[in-house]
Ligand binder design. Sequence first.
Ligand code: BGC
Length: 740
Amino acid sequence: MKTKQVIYDNNFDLHSLNKFSSVMALGNGYLGVRAAHEEDYTGQIRGMYVAGVYNKATANETSDLVNLPDIAGMLIEIDGINFSMLEGEVLSYERGLSLETGELRREFIWKNKTGARFKFVFQRFAAKDHLHLLASKVTVASLDKPARIKMITGINAQQTNFGRQHLIEESVRVFNEEILQGIYQTTETGIIISIAASIHAPGASRISFSAKNRQLNASIDGDLVKDEPFVFEKIGTVYTSLESTNPDRDSLENLKSNSLLGYEALLERSASKWQEFWQAKRIEITSTDEFDQTAMDFALYHMEIMTPAHDERFSVGAKGLTGEGYKGHVFWDTEIFIAPFHLFTEPETAKKLLRYRYLHLQQAKEKAAQNGYEGALFPWESAMTGKEETPEFAAINIRTGTRQKVASAISEHHIVADIAFAVVQYFQNTLDEEFMRNEGLALLKETAQFWMSRTVEEGGKLSIKDVIGPDEYTEHIDNNAYTNYMAYYNVEQALYFMDQFQHTDEQLFNRGKDFLNTLYLPKPNKDKIIPQDDTFLSKPEIDLTPYKQTQGSQAILLDYSRAEVNEMQILKQADTVMLLYLFPDLFPKEVVAKNLHYYEAHTIHDSSLSKAIHAIVAARCEDEEAAYRFFKEACLIDLGPNPHSSDEGIHAASLGAIWLTTMFGFANMSQRTGRLNFNPKLPENWSELVFPLTYQGRKLKVKLTHQHFEITKLLGPDLAIEINGRDYLLSDTVEVEIKN
Ligand code: BGC
């Protein structure tokens, strides 16, 4: 390994507690646990989430990803004094999340208010080799004198989603004076969740148990002998009725068989799975700034722990399993920003994410029908049922008491074509005919049919009216370029694959052809600018400098109402630039560069989905300085200095986009000629880039410097590829000198 793969939080700071709880979260795609400290602090938000466990607190609210009972919290008292880093003095503090092993570790010396010093080590991980297992270990040593220690910890069902309680406590039990178990049921969805935890304290400790006010606790009293570590271990298991017919039994049996092994042996088992992951998927960057490698490792770590690769019934929430932002809902973020990483490293996972959509085709058809359309209209926000989950109203205006309607569910329809795009991308990578014949074609046909019914005829052309494109600061507009081109591609690909797979539906075919012939596709104007929509370019402009300086905070909405923002040339995020990213050859280079420049100047980047996409298009335009700058800024969305950037969870799509930038921007990979194609644009600061790829059943490895491109086939038959415009047959290794 080149750089140490650790994310540090070496300054205990109350302001950034919740940010680091998200950034350093643990997980394995089945469950996620926030890296809240063991001891409580006012305002600290704990959280444990299991993929797919959603619930509505009341009938008129949308589903929450349920914050489950907590097993990480702990109250520690030494000689009657409560341990808190806000009391006494903290000496030599170190906290780090090892991406290499998946372990979170905090180590420090604490001097209490009487001057006695204690060394603490807290360790924790979520097992990568056993999706239901969590483990923690606390080591305390008294450095000055013997002392008494008391620890209180258990299963705490007082957890809520920002005050919304989702669980009924069904039963709490203690077995053999060492295992605690709580069984809960979600109030609306009826999911059973069983959580069990075992307690291992030094032999001489006295343990008692209690259950009160939704808390099942063990209280451990022990003696600290000077300089002798007091080691406490707590191993936990979580099972739900989503995957188990008997979560009660499974949580207990798996806990018993695993906890006997002890923390360190369990960690070793899990860490070796992380090693396999890094060996197979790590991208190695040699940069003048080591942070680039850290940011990439961080992105891959989170993409791995956010994705429920074990179960196609679930997909990836906008904050993964690290927090309650966007209520754990699934957006276009999954197909466009996150799935490509899986597709090019583990296509089976990408397939499961598409299967999630396929399994909800019926609900998408119902949504289309309810809105007077044909085919499938996928919800803008989705959770367990596949029904629309976008909240009807946004935050309240506390002066007027009125709430603003959220328009995305009503008109942000590009998600339909985004899903279709991902279907085609999946097929191009895997050539998985079975999938295409079944799920793929069904998705393509239904989505295509939606677009055909979504247009209106105007002066001999078809328009797509009243939509929101990716730029959510511009609502209810007609002929959004991104949406229209994506809809065109959706229908075109549906017809192409219907033809390829001899899927006869004459009527749909002819209707589709008419659609393609008559759909209005915005073209560059005399200044070579592609109009974002019918009216965008005629709207007034304002100086966005102050808002760009506070990007991500939506500060513009404090100065202007949404309606006012709508009437100006202001973008929240990449829109036309998004189109240029997905279709690199749609317009000549000069048009791409002009539009990148024009639209970037009008973009605040208030959405985390924006920066990295600009980086990709800038790299392709050979604006190396801008590309690297945008990349850096994208990397700082979660890892930057803003103490509150990630309070409610990491930005899943933006992490996916760090990988996208490297692959589709800097390595500049595409499938534009129907074959894998590279035209590298390595940043000046990077001297080498090495990455693995899975493509059409082959395992490939690419090594790239400013002078040299090398691709090796590790597995699979020969492959025709294109590098810098020249064709090669890859049977073993192809090496190409790059002329600058
Ligand atoms: C962005 C959307 C995105 C959503 C979830 C919004 O702020 O505008 O494009 O899908 O966040 O990440």
